[in-house]
Write a protein that binds this ligand. Sequence first.
Ligand code: CMX
Length: 134
Amino acid sequence: MIKKIEHIGIAVKDLNNSNQLFKKLFGAEHYKTETVESEGVSTSFFMLGETKIELLEAKTETSAIAKFIEKKGEGIHHIAYEVDDIYLEMDRLKSEGFEVLNAEPKKGADNKLIFFLHPKSTNGVLVELCQEIR
Ligand code: CMX
């Protein structure tokens, strides 16, 4: 089942500028940056207690982040929930009628297996499910 909010993803135009801005906001540096080539994004992560904030910058014009910023501007892009068993959760959410965007869980940033639910099936909020790769 879903355990907690693992991170909140925020789409930004310029990762370096936003790293500085969020450093001022949180009073702490991001703890890692990572490029996910398969998603066409560069990311950085800030730790806030048990929850992370992920900043996402588009690396390609066709990436989901580029399309999102073009349409809606910068802002909250997705909420990621941590699960115990991502394969079981994928089957459960499919059988509950959610629109699952991936055929199988795939490797995402921060050593996670991930999949997404289409925002049209979740009241307009893009949902990511994730599980730490053990
Ligand atoms: N939150 C809410 N709504 C969103 C959205 C988001 N993040 N992204 C797109 N939408 C909406 C659009 O506004 C649009 O709505 P309307 O039909 O009302 O205009 C609709 O969804 C379709 O949008 P689109 O621009 O035509 O985009 P696509 O259908 O091509 O793709 C989506 C939308 C969600 C399927 C795609 O962005 C996706 O697969 N996302 C998951 C992958 C991803 O986000 N990767 C980056 C994160 C990487 C990581 O964290 O590791």
